[in-house]
Design a protein around this ligand. Structure first.
Ligand code: COA
Length: 362
């Protein structure tokens, strides 16, 4: 038995591959570096869905349909009442998504890709006492998310940064939330159920819940000079350093570098707090040094969440919403895997080893 199913191969997939030794992510045969520099969210979504729905389409068509879908879904935010708005953003978003039909057709795919993009900005505005902003279906998904969040058209650099983020996190092998999505799809429940299960798995701090705590860590560290002492104390208390370590990667997570690169235009055009970036670099440097000293047998490097925190903060997302933004981007991976599972897979039903008492002993 492998605790945590480590190294267990649970399925075949044509969607993505995580090579933990080489630090390489491949999505549909293309490396992440290539994808981030050449693709938009819409083109990666079209790539991931290729052959998994009853329709064939390109990025432009998908973008148009998603725009229409976003506009149609806006009416759902009227369901948000004080009780739902008191929940953390990702939980309120999950509750709104649970209102959607649990279908498996192409319309359901579009609906589930568009829904988180509409619901999260509306929830965030309403939680801060503002009116939600209606979608503009003529914009790209990334530009429209930022516009719905702030009420203003984003700059080209901001749109490009969010687009790069959405591409970077679109799919990532058989991570916990994607596995959850596939388990649900294997029972032939609908796509909404798959996405809801996946969001529930994602929100934990060991998976997609880490980037908010990464910012908390920067705040607690305070200054670059304090980084080493603070991190040492945290490890002495038995805490984990958020934004470091990964189940599969034994080297640097390639998504961290893709996001660091995506931040650069914002830094160069002074659309991000330079001090924050300098502090982050000091924390990264100190953490890598101290983790090497304290855990010499376990390679622990930066993971995707570290630069996610800086990027989403720079784009104006509040830290408590980071997991929800992750969900907006990862929904395409969850849906593609759910479709692949439904089309090609069997019911997922592993076995356990019973270590409790037998009837005679009990
Ligand atoms: N900080 C400090 N120590 C860490 C660590 C971290 N971020 N990540 C792992 N370790 C240590 C563990 O304490 C353990 O040490 P030990 O053997 O002396 O007890 C060893 O490394 C192995 O940890 P393990 O829990 O078996 O690894 P895992 O594969 O189950 O964990 C993560 C992977 C991602 C859950 C883990 O690295 C982590 O908790 N990271 C912080 C949260 C985070 O950034 N999550 C986002 C992931 S993309």
């Amino acid at each position: 038995m492998n605790n945590g199913l480590e190294d267990v191969i649970a399925t075949e997939t044509r969607l993505s591959d995580v090579d933990g030794e080489a630090g390489r992510l491949v999505i549909r045969g293309l490396s992440l570096d290539h994808l981030v520099s050449t693709s938009t969210y819409e083109s990666v979504a079209a790539l991931l869905l290729d052959g998994l729905t009853e329709r064939r389409f390109g990025a432009a068509e998908l973008g148009k349909w998603l725009g229409e879908m976003r506009s149609g879904l806006f009416a759902h935010v009227t369901v948000l009442d004080t009780e739902l708005l008191a929940l953390p953003p990702v939980d309120a978003m999950r509750a709104l998504i649970a209102h959607l039909p649990d279908d498996e057709d192409f319309e359901a795919v579009l609906r589930l890709l568009a829904a988180p993009a509409v619901f999260l900005p509306a929830i965030l505005r309403m939680q801060s006492g503002k009116e939600p902003v209606a979608p503009d279906g003529s914009l790209s998904q990334a530009a429209d998310i930022l516009r719905m969040l702030t009420g203003q058209l984003p700059s080209g650099e901001q749109t490009a940064a969010l687009d790069a983020y959405l591409v970077t996190i679109s799919d990532h092998g058989l991570n916990a939330s994607t596995f959850a999505s596939r388990v649900i799809a294997s029972t032939r429940a609908g796509l909404t159920s798959s996405v809801l299960a996946a969001i529930s798995a994602l929100k934990g701090p060991l998976h997609g819940g880490a980037p908010g705590p990464v910012l908390d860590m920067f705040d607690a560290v305070g200054t670059s000079e304090n980084a080493r002492d603070w991190l040492g104390d945290a490890l002495d208390r038995g805490e984990r350093l958020m934004g470091f370590g990964h189940r599969i990667y034994r080297v640097r997570d390639p998504r961290a570098d893709a996001l660091k690169q995506a931040l650069r235009p914002l830094v160069l055009t002074a659309q991000v707090d330079r001090q924050q970036i300098e502090l982050a670099e000091a924390v990264e440097h100190a953490a890598l040094t101290i983790l090497k000293e304290r855990k010499p047998d376990r390679p622990l490097d930066v993971n995707v969440e570290f630069y996610t925190a800086l990027l989403l903060d720079a784009l104006g997302f509040p830290r408590e919403s980071f997991t929800g933004v992750f969900a907006i981007g990862r929904t395409i991976g969850w849906i593609a895997h759910a479709r692949e599972q439904a089309l090609e897979g069997r019911l997922i039903r592993p076995r356990s080893v019973y270590v409790g008492p037998l009837p005679e002993a009990a």
